[in-house]
Ligand binder design. Structure first.
Ligand SMILES: *Cc1c(COP(=O)(O)O)cnc(C)c1O
Length: 405
């Protein structure tokens, strides 16, 4: 077999569809967020980043950087092993305590990423609970899908955020089997929010465990930043909450928080937790500082929501096709992979504005979009600048203007 031509052909097909991924070569400049330097064609230029998941700018916050520098000097670079074999650092222990407390749970477990946390937790539960059936929202993230697939559990996919459809599927499944209902709070591409309390009530009526991914909500929703379940007063109904330390908390890593028994079970049987080296102590210290800071500063969350509302209002007023969203995520409809890529290129080349195109398979074909993520650090001038640039690109490419939804 000619392996190289096989690879080349697959990549050419992606290119022909306009959905070949090209990474922006960015240099983040600590203290300058949301500005960054972009390397392109041998030159660099300063751009405004409008698509970062560093939702609150904590990746450059002095409180986080100071904690990381101190831990780096005190403890060195790497953790030195897996959690079981010499790799557990006191910073991991403190971070897990803090995360459990944040979510009103008795235990938490940290993983190397949010992806690994989802994959490992769902794979471990789904493969070891007797005859496990997993009920999964149709728009669940790839990391949950991977965990569910690899667990070998029976999969039931319910319509997105549809409590009645979930109930039908729970009612029809084997009453003696173990069950898990897995879903997200904020869905990251549409920015819509799950009815968490209702989903948990139906799940518990049929004896299921509830598993909630709050990756796009932790740090940002609820009085202390525990997520939408905290905001809605339903934290007690969520049996397992999963989160990331890499988005609003600005560092890297993922976690689950739950009962001591369930957490100890995953700690003791989860391959993706056991057989990999622990996060560096400086990472755990930075994440801990970030979580603590955001718990105490609700005004950062208020400013974040205000910025998102202001951006949505200005896009609407300008006649740009902002899609309905209940959260800080602001999707702009394009509806075509090729033109979505062109719009993104023009924004960068003509206006020094960086927004990555979002194409299939991240969103369905025909639903291609630009996904804007305003942060507390995007000021009015940056918003006005963005609107002017979008209007220019929209008219150059003849893109749809009416609201899409
Ligand atoms: C980004 C993401 C993850 C993975 O988190 P990482 O820490 O980036 O690995 C999990 N779930 C959802 C919904 C995500 O968007």
């Amino acid at each position: 077999m000619d392996y190289q031509s096989f690879f080349r052909q697959a990549l050419e097909d992606l290119q022909a569809e306009g959905r070949y991924r090209v990474f922006a070569d960015l240099e983040r400049e600590a203290g300058q967020f949301p500005f960054a330097r972009n390397h392109r064609d041998g030159k660099t230029e300063r751009v405004t980043v409008w698509c970062s998941n560093d939702y609150l700018g904590m990746g450059q916050h002095e409180v986080v950087l100071d904690a990381m520098r101190a831990a780096l000097d005190a403890a060195g670079a790497g953790a030195g092993g897996t959690r079981n074999i010499s790799g557990t650092n006191h910073n991991h222990v403190l971070l897990e305590r803090e995360l459990a407390d944040l979510h009103g749970k008795d235990a938490a477990l940290v993983f190397t990423s949010g992806y690994v946390a989802n994959e490992t937790a769902l794979m471990t539960l789904g493969s070891r609970l007797p005859d496990c059936n997993i009920f999964s929202d149709s728009l669940n993230h790839a990391s949950m899908i991977a965990g569910i697939r690899h667990s070998g559990a029976r999969r039931h996919i319910f319509r997105h955020n549809d409590v009645a459809d979930l109930e039908r599927k729970l009612r029809d499944a084997d009453p003696n089997a173990a069950r898990i209902v897995a879903f997200e709070s904020v869905y990251s591409m549409d920015g819509d929010i799950a009815p968490i309390g209702e989903i948990c009530d139906v799940a518990h009526k049929y004896g299921a465990l509830t598993y909630l991914d709050e990756v796009h909500a932790v740090g940002m929703y609820g009085a202390q930043g525990a997520g939408v379940a905290e905001r809605d007063g339903v934290q007690g109904k969520v049996d397992v909450v999963q989160g990331t330390l890499a988005k609003a908390f600005g560092v890297i890593g993922g976690y689950v928080a739950s009962s001591p028994e369930l957490v100890d079970f995953i700690r003791s049987f989860g391959a993706g937790f056991i057989f990999t080296s622990a996060l560096p102590p400086s990472i755990a210290a930075g994440a801990l500082a970030s979580v603590r800071h955001l718990r105490r500063h609700p005004e950062i969350r208020a400013r974040h929501q205000e910025r998102a509302a202001t951006l949505k209002g200005k896009l609407l007023a300008a006649g740009l096709p902002v899609m309905a969203s209940d959260s800080h995520i602001v999707p702009l409809f394009v509806g075509d992979a090729e033109r979505c890529k062109r719009a993104s290129d023009l924004l960068l080349q003509q206006h020094r504005i960086y927004v990555q195109p979002i194409n299939y398979p991240t969103v369905p074909r025909g639903a291609e979009r630009l996904r804007l993520t305003p942060t507390p650090l995007h000021d009015d001038a940056m918003i006005n600048d963005l609107i002017r640039a979008l209007l220019d690109v929209w008219s150059r490419l003849g893109l749809l203007r009416a609201a899409a939804e």
